[in-house]
Design a protein around this ligand. Structure first.
Ligand code: ASP
Ligand code: MG
Length: 423
């Protein structure tokens, strides 16, 4: 008997019919002799709708109340799913995050899991029932309040439960067939990846791939949880995310590819601090100021200096841009820079592959492909298994398509996207 955690996202439970389809799948898994724990998101885009409703009521909703509101979304889907399963003559119990023992920090809207005590989930399984847990929510012992983990947090709930219950696999059901070489909504010739290492998945998720929540991938990697990303619309095998040091869960011998996938996003802005005196300590001063804003810096580029002055550019999430600008402006005199500007019309494209470690010429091939398409590269950064470039935002899709072709990732047929808006 295996213990399987199954997570269903909003688009998989968008209406009654979808809930019935999901319930049938859960019942099948249960009837095949497995213990099944289900984590469910709010129906369709209902989290967004609740957020819209809140901002219609008041300009800045209190974070505690916003969490109360948003957690109601998952409560609706978990109860509907549990009653549907019961209607199919299989015992099922739904649990809120706090009932399921998801203990978090008190930070509303961005709580971190500090402990998982799934006693009631275990009890339900011991009774032979299916346990349905509300995703994305928890409870803080410090504040005694209900919290949420941040948008898309249900993946993390599922992985954390899988780790705490020592599950054999954590299945993440979604509206595409698995993890693709790039977003099939953007590049129809994207190809499904059968197996990917947790390390590569982490780089892709961190670079904007939306199929899995970054924190869930981090959690899975840290706790050695095997993920299976698959479609809730078909019975097909999806993508296995695993740790090669522990071996493939199905014993498959996976050939390492130079490029596994491409991620892209427009969520960052480039800030340029111009005319910075080129003396030791300036970069430290500038980034100390930025650090105080809590903005997450990504790519940093410093130009060669001319007449003792240089330019430093870096990217931060667009949402932090104004705050960073204001902080730098406030220290203009002490920092001694000249120009300060922000550009939010940029895109970041990341090409990821574990095989990059041992092959040469990958960057040359990447730059050549973009050059041939007349796409200008504004910034570059690399890790051992990733090359990221910044381009104009309006060239992003084209850049991804061109690179997808250049690295031989194109499939023969177009990918199927079953539902959802991908948001
Ligand atoms: N319902 C929440 C959201 O839309 C959590 C999730 O879907 O994972 O962000
Ligand atoms: Mg959602």
């Amino acid at each position: 008997m295996a213990l399987i955690v199954q997570k269903f996202g909003g688009s998989s439970v968008a209406d009654a019919e979808s809930i019935q389809r999901v319930a049938r799948r859960i019942v099948e898994t249960h009837e095949a002799g497995n213990e099944v724990v289900v984590v469910v998101s709010a129906m369709g885009d209902s989290t967004d709708e609740l957020l819209d409703l809140a901002s219609e009521c008041t300009a800045s909703p209190a974070p505690r109340e916003l969490d109360m509101l948003l957690t109601a979304g998952e409560r609706i889907s978990m109860a509907l799913l549990a009653m549907t399963i019961k209607g199919m003559d299989v015992d099922a119990f739904s649990f809120t995050g706090s009932q399921a023992g998801m203990i978090t920090t008190p930070d509303h809207g961005s709580a971190k899991i500090v402990d998982v005590t799934p006693g009631r989930v275990r009890e339900a399984l011991d009774k032979g029932a299916v346990a349905i847990v509300a995703g994305f929510q928890g409870f803080s012992r410090d504040s005694r309040d209900i919290t949420t983990l941040g948008r898309g947090g249900s993946d993390t709930t599922a992985v954390a439960l899988a780790a705490a219950l020592n599950a054999d696999v954590c299945e993440i059901y979604t509206d595409v067939d698995g993890v693709f070489t790039t977003d099939p909504r953007m590049v129809p010739l994207a190809r499904k990846i059968d197996s990917i290492t947790a390390e590569e998945m982490l780089e892709l998720a961190a670079s904007g791939a939306k199929v899995l929540h970054l924190r869930a991938v981090e959690y899975a990697r840290r706790h050695g949880v095997v993920l299976h990303v698959r479609s809730s619309f078909t019975g097909e095998e999806g993508t296995i995310v695993y740790d090669p040091a522990k071996g493939h869960p199905k014993g498959v011998q996976v050939e390492e590819s130079v490029i596994t996938g491409i991620a892209a996003e427009k969520s960052e802005a480039k800030i340029t601090v111009g005319g910075v005196p080129d003396v030791p300590g300036k970069a430290a001063q500038i980034f100390e100021v930025v650090a105080k804003t809590d903005a997450n810096i990504d790519i940093i580029v410093q130009n060669i200096s001319e007449e003792g002055r240089t330019d430093i550019s870096f990217t931060v999430p667009v949402t932090d841009g104004e705050r960073v600008l204001a902080a730098l402006e406030a220290e203009r005199e002490a920092l001694g820079f000249g120009r300060l500007k922000m550009d939010d019309q940029i895109a970041k494209i990341a090409v990821v592959g574990a095989g990059m470690r041992t092959s040469t010429g990958v960057s040359a091939q990447l730059f050549r492909a973009l050059y041939d398409a007349g796409i200008n590269i504004e910034m570059i950064s690399t890790s051992e298994i990733r090359i990221s470039v910044v381009t104009r935002a309006d060239r992003m899709e084209e850049a991804v398509r061109v690179l997808h072709t250049a690295f031989g990732l194109d499939a023969e047929d177009e990918a199927t996207v079953y539902a959802g808006t991908g948001r």
